[in-house]
Design a protein around this ligand. Sequence first.
Ligand SMILES: [Zn+2]
Length: 407
Amino acid sequence: MQDHRRLGRELGLFDTDPLIGAGLPYWLPDGAAVRHTLEEYIRTAERRAGYQHVYSPVLGKRELYEISGHWAHYCDDMFPPMDLGGEQVVLRPSLCPHHAVIYRSRSHSYRELPLRMAELGGMYRSELSGVLGGLTRVRSIQLNDAHIFCTLDQVAEEAHAALEMIRRAYEALGITPTRYRLSQPGPGGKYVAAPEKWQRSTALLIHVLESSGLPYEAAEGEAAFYGPKIDVQVTDGAGRESTLSTVQVDFHQPEQFDLHYIGADGAKHRPIMVHRSIIGSVERAVAHLIEQHQGAFPAWLAPTQLVILPISDAEIPNAASLARRCAGLGLRARIEGPDRGSLGARIRDALLVPYQAVIGAREAADGRVALRLRDGRRLDPLPVDDVLGRIGALVGAHSTELWGDDA
Ligand SMILES: [Zn+2]
């Protein structure tokens, strides 16, 4: 099994340059196609689940993080502040403080809860250069994040729903979680001191895990500084385990930011924040997907979904017409013409592409293509409409199957 750094470079997905800096990878067109598709999947799933998307800046005043507690408990992982006209601003180490402020900017009734606020946003971590590498340890992170502002009674249902979104996403992505971890505080001053809140949050998460029937292990010293969390762990090719997805219960930041909603009784009440991430950081998720699939992504995620192979120059117009139809349907197709070598060589070069559509004189005359699937299957020539209909349906359903009847 090859690691994602080597594959990422070989497949032209991402790279780094010393002039940009360590831990600051850039995404090449094929990697950007995978990332964009993944981000769209997440946004769509969130919209369907009742989330509202926001945008917030990647910088904030130092004060913002003093209030949230990041400055006191998390500053080792933050970039040093920048002086700006007598103020200090910092690259944000998380999205929560911005979302808490956005929540606070409007008054909210209990009828609006649970209020689910989502953003795929940038954040920064001042990792030491010695530990940087590929997409797993980076200084610039795109986080799939959301905060659910809700009442105590609503926490369990929201956490359940988040775990279900994670389950569905893993199914579509072909990822198997290694284990679920209940991450609790450990010794040391990293954590906010509020024993009663820690107990309540932990009890809620245990309830969620147990009523979901998910086996889990408790781990000390892995909690966020403001509260315990459920971590969904995955393992890479070298056997290293890391956290991809999380669900957290937070009593701390709502209090720090003095958040409230107006209850049915007309009085102010404090909401709880549930932090949740379906795929964690986009960088780490793509790194894991590259290794898991060794570059052979599920068809809906593949940078090129269909490679079109005209046998001779005579079929190039048919190939171009098929490529235009694919583009119109939102499918990512490319033509590899006879100038790129023999048919056999072109097929070998496209081994990671889910679908290879060969067009010879007979297929061109009949409006058909001879389809080869990445798993080695060769189908009899099929009408172009049938092929595009079937591939479009599988891609639209985020299926991990190539032809819908995979064993
Ligand atoms: Zn958060």
